[in-house]
Write a protein that binds this ligand. Sequence first.
Ligand code: NAD
Length: 364
Amino acid sequence: MKEFVHEWLPQRVVFCTNTSDVQIVKEIRQEEYERVMVIASEFEMDLAQRIAKDLPVVHWFDDVRMHVPVDAIERALEEARRVNADVLVSVGGGSTTGLAKAIALETNLPIIAVPTTYAGSEATNVWGRTADSVKTTGKSSRVLPRVVLYDAALTVSLPVEMSVASGLNGIAHGVDSLWAPNANPFNTVLAIESVGALADGIRKIRQEPDNLEARTDALYGTYLAGVAFAAAGSGMHHKICHVLGGMYDLPHAQTHSVILPYVLAFNSGHIPAIEQRLADVLSAPSALEGLEELRSELSAPRALHDYGFAPDMIPRVVDAVLKAVPENNPRPVTAPDITRLLELASEGGDPRELQTTLERSYGS
Ligand code: NAD
């Protein structure tokens, strides 16, 4: 076992089924919070009202948008201060958790996060905000939710297509943490377990969207993947998705679903022992075959051009990605490599074609 450092983030995690309204009252009473500000998008406000019906709510805030725009943060901050909130309860996906984090960053208010997708932001101390089309991210202990309340019943309404894309976003957290800058043996254990749970969960959700056991498996995997990602940092996969999302506003979960197999194909053969563990948990001869089988079984998002990405956008992305990819990625990255990866991802080509190109260029 090599030398390594792992940082565990302090957080209370509650798993329940159909009782989040009761559990959240306990959490609020335990900490003696008296002035709750609820954050939920207009689409998840019904869910939020069900959960928070017995709480001392002083404000319901619903201006939630993707990528946490700065004007929404300013409005939310103004409201939080006006009503003198002493705790934030976020009910929703990564965009909602992200807004709560942006408020906490400025005010140090504690967050109780009630996630309703598989984005996993609740497990990390990473915040993000967007101003003038530029997305900035950072880390702070202030934004780590004190409590995470997972209730599979709240995710049943997440449409199957979104569940699939979001589940693959969760899987991407796990897989990318296998080679991210602070990858370590603890992250690897969490990541492998997370991929198995998420893969099983979303397979069953695709067949039976109301299956609460499957939804719970997916949330369990989501959390483990988020913990692994928080500790390992952003690897090559996240750097590519971050550039694509920031530059062209591509949808978050779908972009992750498309890009992951190409990055796995690219790094393939460079961490063979870990790759074998990934293959085993996916019950496939190789990790890439396992991921490809899963994506085809799920009819997962496959091509960036379906989301408005065009080949002429590639050169700008390549420059930004090259500056961002971690130096310790298992295999060195060049401009032609990223160009080919993006060409294939744009059209939804076979990720093994990337390996063929690499073999032709480098002999491996
Ligand atoms: P999202 O929060 O925008 O939700 C996607 C869609 O699903 C929205 O239309 C939402 O209304 C809908 N939805 C959510 N829950 C639902 C439910 N239970 N039933 C029906 N519809 C529901 O998207 P996301 O993929 O969850 O999160 C993406 C955002 O999270 C991005 O901005 C990304 O950068 C951020 N993120 C941050 C971190 C981090 O560590 N900071 C990690 C992952 C993602």
